[in-house]
Design a protein around this ligand. Structure first.
Ligand code: CDP
Ligand code: CDP
Length: 223
């Protein structure tokens, strides 16, 4: 069983995907973290992004891997724990440039499809239902208003002691969504057969319940 969850920044994809995967005993794959890891590597090694070939070479030499723990999923490049570093503003503000590079996408999609071969999976990102897992039995397109998404990011930041103004966060989210939706290769787009869930006024538990119900319905049909 493959569950694809796509949608714009801060719509709740990873929070919900993680819970759904845990409840069902499925693998969880955060594809955004993979693009963030590639961006982290590019920034650390001062790799020129005008041409993707140098970054592709650097990626060839490293493994991006996930390690599930009780407190969430850790992200590593080789043995370096980059879980927190990939959420820093410099990575966030450069990730859309990296993820628009065709050779980088081809490499990431290949790695994501390999992970999906390991078993039942919940994968979240921007192009999962359209490109990475086009035959996924369940496809969700998760949205929420830009105001609500900025408020969610703001609350997360406050909890971490980061004081970026709400209006700046909203501008950054809207700019990143625009870049992700208008790029040439696999832009952020709802797959034709995806079910849209607007989470603006929904709590986490309600969204999880809706998705579990959708998965259950598909499983019953396949039995
Ligand atoms: O968590 P947040 O919504 O901020 O973003 P993310 O899921 O961590 O993804 C970070 C960035 O990676 C996105 O803004 C996209 O540029 C890129 N991405 C992508 O192009 N394709 C994916 N399947 C997942 C992420
Ligand atoms: O992965 P994505 O960027 O789509 O979003 P996220 O990082 O999972 O969610 C962003 C924040 O919104 C988290 O702090 C979630 O706890 C919160 N959230 C929420 O308040 N209500 C929801 N229905 C979903 C997420």
């Amino acid at each position: 069983m493959q569950v694809a969850i796509d949608g714009p920044a801060s719509s709740g994809k990873s929070t919900i995907a993680k819970i759904v995967a845990k409840k069902l005993g499925f693998i969880y794959c955060d594809t955004g973290a993979m693009y963030r890891a590639a961006t982290w590597l590019a920034l650390r090694d001062h790799i020129n992004l005008d041409d993707a070939s140098d970054l592709l070479k650097a990626l060839d030499d490293v493994t991006i891997r996930f390690e599930p723990t009780d407190d969430g999923q850790l992200v590593f490049i080789n043995d370096i724990d980059i879980t927190h570093a990939i959420r820093e503003p410099d990575v966030t503000n450069n990730v859309s440039q990296v993820s628009a590079l065709a050779p980088i996408r081809t490499e990431m999609v290949k790695r994501q499809q390999q992970i999906a071969e390991e078993g039942n999976i919940v994968m979240d990102g921007r192009d999962i239902g359209t490109t990475v897992l086009p035959h996924a039995q369940v496809k969700i397109f998760m949205t929420a208003s830009a105001e609500e998404r900025a408020k969610r990011r703001y609350a997360e930041n406050i909890a971490k002691g980061i004081m970026t103004p709400l209006s700046q966060l909203q501008d950054e989210i809207v700019a990143r969504d625009h870049k992700d939706s208008t790029r040439k290769i696999s832009p952020l787009r709802k797959a034709d057969d995806a079910i849209e869930i607007d989470t603006t006024h929904l709590g986490i538990d309600e969204v999880v319940a809706q998705i579990l119900e959708i998965i259950q319905t598909v499983q019953n049909k396949n039995d």
